[in-house]
Design a protein around this ligand. Structure first.
Ligand SMILES: [Zn+2]
Length: 457
C-alpha cells in the first residue's frame, strides 16, 4: 500500500489537516511548526507501529511541475501517491503529469563517476502519465548527462558517438563530416577546431518523411572552450565543459521529437570542436573566408561559437528549411541581461517570439525575447573584411552576437536563436546543480503546436 502525500494550500491547511488525521495530527503539525516561517513545509506523520502513515506538503497554487519535486529526494524510501482532493483548484490530468515529471527530474543523478548510494522514494503514477513523461525525462537526462560529462570524456568524437547512438535508437540517418571536407567546405569550423588534436567535425542527423516540412536544429558543440589564444581566465574557463550545451539541448529535443513521431522532416546539425591553445590555433586578426563566401576578421578567438554556427547555418539554409532553430551557450552578455535561468530568444518572426514567451511562462521553462536591433550592426563591421566576430562596443553583446548569426540566415526562413546558460548554478526543486536542458520543453511544446498530428482521414 502506497503512502499518501496530501498536497494542501499554504494558507488554508488547518481544517484539512483535522479532516485527514483528527486532533492528534493537528497537534503533531503544530508541534513540528508546520507552515511557520523558516520551518518546513513538509510533515511526515508516523503510525502507531512507527511506519510513515502520511506526508503533508504545503504548496503555493496554482501547482506547477516543481511544486512537490523536492520530495522525490527528501522522502525516505517507499512508494507514495499524490492526494490533491483538499486543494481548492481541480487538478487536471496535465498538472498531475507535470508533478510527476518534476518528481522524476529531481531524481536525476550524474552517476558516471560516483554512483548514488541511497535508494529513492517512488511515486505511483498511471500508465498514461508514465507513458507521457518518460520521453521528456529521457530527453532531459540525455542533455544533462552530455553537459555534465567532463571534456576529457566528451570531445567532438564522443559527442558524435552520442548523436550516432541517438540516431540508431530512432532509426534516423547519421552522418559526420570530418577531415579534408571540413577544411574545404566549412572553413570556420576548421579554423576554430584546428588547434586541438581532437579534430573538428559537423555531425548530422536526418529523420522523418521527405514530404513533411523541413525543420533544422543546430546546436553549438564547443566541447571545451579555453578561449583559444585570447585565453580565458581560470574562473572563466572552469565551466567551459558546458560550451556544448546547445548541442546537448538540440540532441535532447531531437529525441523528444522523434519519440513523439512529430510530422516533420528533421535535420540536426552540430558543429563540434574543441577551442584550444596551440601553434595551430587560429589567431586574433586572422581573416576567415566563411562557407557563405563572406570574410570575417577575428577580433577575439573566444567568440568562436558564432563562427562555427555560421557555417552550420549556411549549410542549413542551402536546403531551404521552413524553420531553423539554433541553441547555443553563446554570450556572457545574455546572462548579464537575463540572469542564468532565462535563455535570450532572438527571431526574425515576432509572432514566434510571442508564442515562445507565452509557452515558456506556462511551462516554467522561460525564454525572453531580445531585439535583433539593426542599429548595432555597424559594431561588428571591419575595415578590411566583410565583418568582425566581436563587437567594438562593451554593451549589448547578446544582440550583436545574434546579429552576427543573422547575416548567415536566408531572410525568408523562420529562424529562432536561443542564447542560454545550459547550467543550473544552484540546485532547486527538479533542477539539480549542473547541466540543464534550458528551453527544451518550451521549444518542443511550441513545435507540437506548429506541427500538430493530423488525424488519419
Ligand atoms: Zn568562447
Amino acid at each position: 500500500m502506497s503512502i499518501p502525500i496530501y498536497l494542501l494550500e499554504r494558507n488554508d491547511w488547518h481544517t484539512h489537516v483535522e479532516a485527514i488525521g483528527g486532533a492528534p495530527l493537528l497537534q503533531w503539525a503544530s508541534m513540528c511548526g508546520l507552515g511557520e516561517k523558516h520551518r518546513s513545509s513538509t510533515l511526515i506523520y508516523p503510525d502507531a507501529e512507527g511506519n510513515i502513515a502520511l506526508v503533508i506538503l504545503l504548496c503555493d497554487t496554482p501547482l506547477n511541475l516543481w511544486s512537490c519535486a523536492n520530495l522525490a529526494t527528501d522522502l525516505p524510501q517507499g512508494t507514495y501517491r499524490l492526494v490533491c482532493k483538499y486543494l481548492s483548484e481541480i487538478i487536471e490530468e496535465d498538472v498531475k503529469c507535470e508533478l510527476a515529471l518534476g518528481w522524476k527530474l529531481q531524481q536525476y543523478h550524474f552517476g558516471r563517476y560516483k554512483a548514488r548510494t541511497y535508494a529513492l522514494p517512488e511515486l505511483e503514477m498511471s500508465d498514461c502519465i508514465k507513458q507521457h513523461i518518460t520521453p521528456f525525462v529521457q530527453a532531459i537526462t540525455t542533455a544533462r548527462d552530455l553537459i555534465n560529462t567532463p571534456p576529457a570524456d566528451m570531445g567532438p568524437e564522443e559527442l558524435a558517438d552520442a548523436a550516432h547512438t541517438i540516431a540508431k535508437t530512432y532509426h534516423a540517418k547519421y552522418h559526420c563530416i570530418e577531415g579534408k571536407k571540413i577544411a574545404s567546405d566549412y572553413p570556420a569550423i576548421h579554423a576554430v577546431g584546428k588547434g586541438s588534436p581532437r579534430a573538428p567535425r559537423l555531425i548530422e542527423l536526418r529523420w522523418g518523411q521527405k514530404t513533411a516540412p523541413l525543420v533544422t536544429l543546430i546546436g553549438k558543440g564547443v566541447c571545451f572552450d579555453t578561449g583559444g589564444l585570447d585565453i580565458k581566465s581560470a574562473s572563466g574557463m572552469l565551466l567551459m565543459k558546458k560550451d556544448m550545451g546547445g548541442a546537448a539541448v538540440v540532441l535532447g529535443l531531437a529525441k523528444l521529437i522523434m519519440a513523439h513521431g512529430m510530422p516533420i522532416q528533421l535535420r540536426v546539425l552540430i558543429p563540434a570542436v574543441e577551442n584550444s591553445v596551440d601553434g595551430e590555433s587560429f589567431r586574433p586578426s586572422d581573416i576567415i573566408r566563411m562557407r557563405k563566401g563572406i570574410s570575417i576578421e577575428i577580433g577575439n578567438t573566444d567568440a568562436e561559437g558564432r563562427l562555427i554556427l555560421a557555417d552550420a547555418i549556411t549549410d542549413a539554409c542551402e536546403e531551404h528549411p521552413e524553420l531553423i532553430i539554433d541553441c547555443a551557450t553563446l554570450t556572457g552578455a545574455a546572462r548579464v541581461a537575463l540572469g542564468t535561468d532565462i535563455p535570450a530568444l532572438f527571431t526574425n518572426n515576432d509572432t514566434i517570439a510571442q508564442e515562445l514567451m507565452r509557452i515558456g511562462k506556462e511551462h516554467h521553462d522561460m525564454v525572453w525575447h531580445l531585439p535583433l536591433y539593426e542599429g548595432y550592426a555597424d559594431q561588428i563591421s571591419s575595415p578590411i573584411a566583410d565583418g568582425n566576430n566581436v563587437s567594438t562596443s562593451a554593451f549589448g553583446g547578446a544582440i550583436t552576437a545574434a546579429l552576427f548569426l543573422k547575416q548567415f540566415v536566408t531572410p525568408t526562413i523562420d529562424w529562432v536563436h536561443l542564447d542560454m546558460m545550459a547550467w543550473n548554478v544552484k540546485a532547486r526543486a527538479g533542477r539539480p546543480l549542473g547541466g540543464e536542458a534550458m528551453g527544451l520543453r518550451t521549444l518542443f511544446y511550441w513545435l507540437q503546436q506548429r506541427y500538430p498530428h493530423r488525424p488519419i482521414a
